[in-house]
Design a protein around this ligand. Structure first.
Ligand code: DOR
Ligand code: ZN
Length: 435
C-alpha cells in the first residue's frame, strides 16, 4: 500500500527543506518528495494509494526521544514497553531510546533482547534500549558492552545515578568509543546532592527542604568533559538544568571537544518557585532551577550548545508520588506533553520551528548513530504531522502512559502531533483527522 501525504509544510532540517510539498510513502520507505505528486497518482495506481490531505499542517521527520524511562522489566505497574511505546506515538515520537534503570537493570544481553522483543510485540514506536555502564548500575564494574551492543543496545548510561568513580567512567568512555557507541552521562556528584529534595536556593530555604546545589551537576559535567578530552573520546550530557552547565558545555564545544548535550521541557518551563505547593509531581532529578537557569538554557538551545530536547519521561504510580515530599519518587511523565511545551519555544522566539525539529529528531539520530531523523528518498517512512494551531488542555487521565505524574495537568497548550507514522504505518491519528 502506498500513502501520499499532500499539501503540508514539510520541514526537514537535514536537507534544509521548509516548503509546501507532497510526500509519497511505499514499502515502509519514503519514495518521493515533491510538488503535485497527486497528478501522477491519479493517472496511475490511484486505487492502491491512500491519499491524506494535510493542508495547513506541518510534516517532519519522526520525532526521536533519546531519553525515555520505560519500567519493564520489573515495574510494569508504572509503565510497560507497550504502554510507553503507545504514549510515544501519541506524543508524536516515532522512536524512543529507553534508559536501563529497570528492575533488574538492563546491564546484559538478555534484558536488552527482552526489551527489543517487547517492542516488536507492541508494534508502535521503534524502541532502542540503552545498556547500563556498570553492572547493576552500582558504579563498581563495567557491564558487558559488547554483548549488549550485539543484542541491540545503542548507547550506555547509568542514568538515574551518576558514575561517581572517575576511573570507571574513563574506561566506559574508552570502551564505548571502541564500539562506536555513545556514553550518556547523568551528571550528579552525590556527595554534593546527598539528601537533596529540590534546587538549593531561596525557595529550598523558605520551604525547609534540603537543597541540591547547581555545583552537584556542574562539577560532574566538568569532570566528564575532562575525561572525554583526556581519552580523546566523546560524551553526551543528560538533562542539563543549570546556567553553569551550559557555560561549561559551550566552552568545551568551542575547544573542539566531542561533547553533546540535552535538556528537557520542564527545565525551560518551570522554576523551583512552583514547589511552594509541595506538589510532588514537580519533584524531579536534577531539580527545577531558577529563572536565570531557564534563560541560560534558552540561550544554550538557541546557540547550539544544547543539541537535543528529550522528554526524560519518568512514569510513576500514584503510590510513588502521593507521599510526603521527601519520600516521593523523582520524575515527570513527559512523552505526551513534550512537543506541546517545546512549541512554546518557537512562539517565544527562542528557536525557529526547523531548529526545534532538528533538536527533536535529526540531532538525536546523529548522536545515537541512527539512520533516521530525515526525509531523504529511501529513508524509513517515520513521520510526524503537527497541527501548530490546535488548542488543547493537558489531561493526565487521557494519557496513554500509565504515568499520570505531570505538573502540567490542566495547562492550556497550542500545537499537537495529529498523525504519527512509523515504517509507513499509521500508529497514531487524532480522531479529528477522520482517517
Ligand atoms: O527525575 C528523574 N527520574 N531523574 C532521574 O534521573 C531518574 C528518573 C527515573 O527513573 O524516575
Ligand atoms: Zn532520566
Amino acid at each position: 500500500m502506498k500513502m501520499l501525504l499532500t499539501g503540508a509544510r514539510v520541514i526537514d532540517p537535514g536537507q534544509k527543506i521548509d516548503a509546501i510539498m507532497d510526500v509519497m510513502l511505499a514499502d515502509g520507505k519514503i519514495c518521493q518528495t515533491g510538488v503535485d505528486l497527486l497528478k501522477s497518482v491519479k493517472s496511475k495506481d490511484s486505487a492502491k494509494t491512500k491519499v491524506i490531505d494535510l493542508s495547513g499542517m506541518v510534516l517532519t521527520p519522526g520525532l526521536i526521544d533519546m531519553h525515555t524511562h520505560l519500567r519493564e522489566p520489573g515495574q510494569e505497574y508504572k509503565e510497560t514497553v507497550a504502554s510507553g511505546a503507545k504514549a510515544a506515538v501519541a506524543g508524536g515520537f516515532t522512536s524512543i531510546a529507553c534508559m536501563p534503570n529497570t528492575d533488574p537493570i538492563n546491564d546484559n544481553r538478555s534484558i536488552t533482547e527482552f526489551i527489543k522483543r517487547k517492542a516488536l510485540e507492541a508494534d508502535m514506536a521503534n524502541v532502542y534500549p540503552i545498556g547500563a555502564i556498570s553492572k547493576d548500575s552500582a558504579g563498581i564494574k563495567l557491564a558487558e558492552f559488547w554483548d549488549m551492543k550485539e543484542a541491540g543496545a545503542i548507547a550506555f548510561s547509568d542514568d538515574g545515578k551518576p558514575v561517581m568513580d572517575a576511573a570507571l567512567m574513563r574506561h566506559a568512555m574508552e570502551y564505548a568509543w571502541s564500539l562506536s557507541l555513545p556514553v550518556i552521562s547523568h551528571c550528579e556528584d552525590t556527595n554534593l546532592s546527598a539528601g537533596g529534595q529540590m534546587n538549593e536556593g531561596y525557595y529550598s530555604t523558605i520551604l525547609g527542604l534540603r537543597g541540591i546545589p547547581v555545583i552537584a551537576e556542574e562539577a560532574m559535567i566538568a569532570r566528564d568533559i575532562l575525561i572525554a578530552e583526556f581519552t580523546k573520546t566523546s560524551v553526551h550530557i543528560a538533562h542539563v538544568s543549570t546556567e553553569g552547565s551550559v557555560r561549561l558545555i559551550r566552552a568545551a564545544k568551542k575547544r573542539g571537544l566531542k561533547i553533546t548535550a540535552e535538556t528537557a521541557p520542564h527545565y525551560f518551563t518551570l522554576t523551583d518557585e512552583a514547589l511552594q505547593t509541595y506538589n510532588t509531581s514537580l519533584k524531579v532529578n536534577p531539580p527545577l532551577r531558577s529563572a536565570a537557569d531557564i534563560a541560560a538554557i534558552n540561550e544554550g538551545l538557541a546557540d547550539g550548545t544544547l543539541d537535543a530536547i528529550v522528554t526524560d519521561h519518568a512514569p510513576h504510580a500514584r503510590t510513588d508520588k502521593e507521599l510526603e515530599f521527601e519520600y516521593a519518587a523523582n520524575g515527570i511523565s513527559g512523552l505526551e506533553t513534550s512537543l506541546g511545551l517545546s512549541l512554546r519555544l518557537v512562539r517565544e522566539g527562542v528557536l525557529t520551528l526547523p531548529e526545534l525539529i532538528a533538536k527533536m529528531s535529526l540531532n538525536p539520530a546523529r548522536i545515537l548513530n541512527l539512520p533516521k531523523g530525515n526525509l531523504e528518498t529511501g529513508a524509513d517512512a517515520d513521520i510526524t504531522v503537527i497541527d501548530l494551531q490546535l488548542p488543547w488542555t493537558v489531561d493526565v487521565h487521557t494519557f496513554y502512559s500509565k504515568g499520570k505524574n505531570s505538573p502540567f495537568q490542566g495547562w492550556e497548550m497550542q500545537g499537537k502531533a495529529i498523525l504519527t507514522i512509523v515504517g509507513g504505518e499509521i500508529k497514531y491519528a487524532d480522531p479529528r483527522l477522520n482517517l
